[in-house]
Design a protein around this ligand. Structure first.
Ligand code: ATP
Ligand code: MG
Ligand code: MG
Ligand code: MG
Length: 468
């Protein structure tokens, strides 16, 4: 197999070996002493490797002196110990082949100078070659493999839940419809309006907002399962924390209550962030230097902290107290509200100073499937709030009692027929079970300090935006 630049820089290849580097030029510097220094990267790690090209190479004048940022090259030479500081190894080039030039380097959209993230979003196909987006891609990959490693080490099975579905897991309306209608000749109802109720080959269907209901069925047979895939929300919001298409990690555990769920969430998040610290120190050093100077210390503190568990009702009391003392909230606090990010941040940053698991929310602001508490007005819901970002996890113990679930469905005007298969799970061997959803992009924002969720997913989908 081929070696990567990471292998060379980490000393996995013997000094003195003949090597072939295939990659892209990051920068070129020419020395009067008759050399050019090419920094070459191939995506395998943050740092480039230096190739030293002597002026005696046949194409030195004609080609090497014209290399610009992101030209593709193949360098054949000898791996040597570096004389300069900063790097242990470099390549003494014996041949530099130009594989692909950059046309018009002056107008190249991702030239070596710094570009704004707004500009880079307009060239989402070119931004992976910048330092920042290469680092984001590696951290994203590191986190996604850590997700699978954590669950497999803990005896979970990965279940692939469907994207096209008729279940609305939130009981809310923020779903994208799937349509196979012939729009030139659509079916019409009695009033002559287009009938969208049967848009998926004769049935109504949408893109999933959550795999939870599907994964519950597997949990109630296989005990510990998770799903991890794209989910879709047709919320017309333009925030730095919401996408129309985002990835979610949803574990579900049987014979478990809300406290077990909170324990799992805490252990899982710490595992993910420890993995980034261990496996991507080069990329994290870059984020700390150029994006958010606190990102490494924040992750270290997160991993070391023990999460505060707080009742929703107590959180409201604390927020009301702060409000009475003059803390200004845009959304006034009272029992019954869904917390806004300003409240979440006050709790984690000003009040507690570490991650908070907020538990037992009013039933009226939560979904139908959450387990009713004995007080009759709260449900066994939890959100994990992290300092600096707010909600990253939403979870709950699920209602496992058929009669209670049915009265909730009735109360909310939801159809028992529609949820018949979900109700079956409560009729045949039901057990207490719980789970949560972790927004994958929120996790990446937290790890890297990137400010906008559009910059931690390769191709962001936001209202009106599905280019590339
Ligand atoms: P929020 O209050 O931030 O809108 P939510 O309560 O609507 O989130 P849940 O239904 O609880 O979200 O989803 C579970 C997790 O998925 C959230 O904690 C969050 O990390 C993530 N998430 C939810 N909506 C989005 C979105 N539109 N884009 C990216 N991530 C999201
Ligand atoms: Mg939301
Ligand atoms: Mg929320
Ligand atoms: Mg939530």
């Amino acid at each position: 197999t081929k070696h990567t630049i990471k292998d060379y820089l980490n000393g996995r290849v013997e000094v003195g070996s003949q090597v072939t580097l295939e990659g892209w030029v990051r920068t070129r510097r020419d020395s009067k002493a008759g050399f050019s220094f090419l920094q070459i990267h191939d995506g395998s790690c943050f740092d480039p490797i230096q190739a030293v090209a002597p002026a005696t190479l046949v194409n030195y004048q004609s080609e090497i002196l014209h290399l610009t940022t992101h030209c593709a090259v193949r360098v054949v030479g000898t791996l040597i110990e570096s004389q300069g500081k900063g790097q242990r190894f470099e390549v003494q080039a014996e041949r530099v082949e130009v594989v692909g030039l950059v046309e018009n380097p002056d107008s190249y959209p991702v030239s070596a100078k710094r570009h704004s993230f707004e500009h880079l979003r307009t060239v989402a196909h070119l931004r992976p070659r910048t330092n920042t987006f290469g680092a984001v891609a590696r951290v994203r990959d590191c986190l996604s493999s850590a997700v699978h490693r954590f669950f497999h080490e803990h005896g979970f099975l990965w279940v692939h839940t469907p994207i096209i579905t008729t279940s609305d897991a939130e009981g809310a309306g923020a779903m994208f419809r799937v349509s196979t209608l012939d729009l030139a000749n659509p079916p019409r109802d009695d009033q002559g309006d287009v009938d969208f109720s049967a848009d998926f080959f004769g049935k109504a269907a949408s893109l999933t907002v959550s795999g939870q209901l599907n994964v519950e069925a597997y949990c109630l047979a296989l005990s510990r399962v998770y799903t991890f895939g794209p989910t879709f929300r047709a919320e017309n919001s333009n925030t730095t924390r919401h996408l129309a298409e985002f990835w979610m990690i949803e574990p579900e555990i049987a014979f478990a209550n809300l406290s077990d769920d909170a324990d799992l969430a805490e252990e899982f998040l710490k595992f993910l962030f420890q993995a980034v610290l261990n496996e991507r120190p080069d990329d994290m050093a870059f984020f700390a230097q150029h994006v958010d100077k606190d990102c490494i210390t924040r992750l270290e503190a997160f991993v070391a902290a023990s999460f505060e568990r707080m009742e929703y009702t107590d959180a409201i009391k604390a927020l009301e107290k702060a409000q009475a003392k003059g803390e200004k909230f845009e959304f006034p606090v009272r029992w019954g509200i869904d917390l806004q990010s300003e409240h979440e941040r006050y709790l984690t940053e000003s009040l507690v100073g570490r991650p908070v698991v907020l538990m037992n929310y009013p039933k009226d602001i939560k979904a139908f499937y959450m387990r009713m508490n004995d007080d009759g007005r709260t449900v066994a819901a939890m959100d994990v709030l992290a300092p600096g970002i707010g909600e990253i996890i939403g979870g709950s113990q699920r209602e496992e009692r058929l009669d209670v679930l049915d009265s909730r469905l009735d109360e909310l005007g939801l159809s028992k027929e529609h949820y018949a298969w979900y109700r079956d799970l409560r009729r045949y061997g039901t057990v207490p079970h719980a789970g949560f959803g972790l927004g994958f992009e929120r996790t990446i924002i937290y790890a890297t300090g990137m400010a906008n969720i559009r910059d931690v997913i390769p191709y962001p989908r936001t209202p009106g935006n599905a280019e590339f």
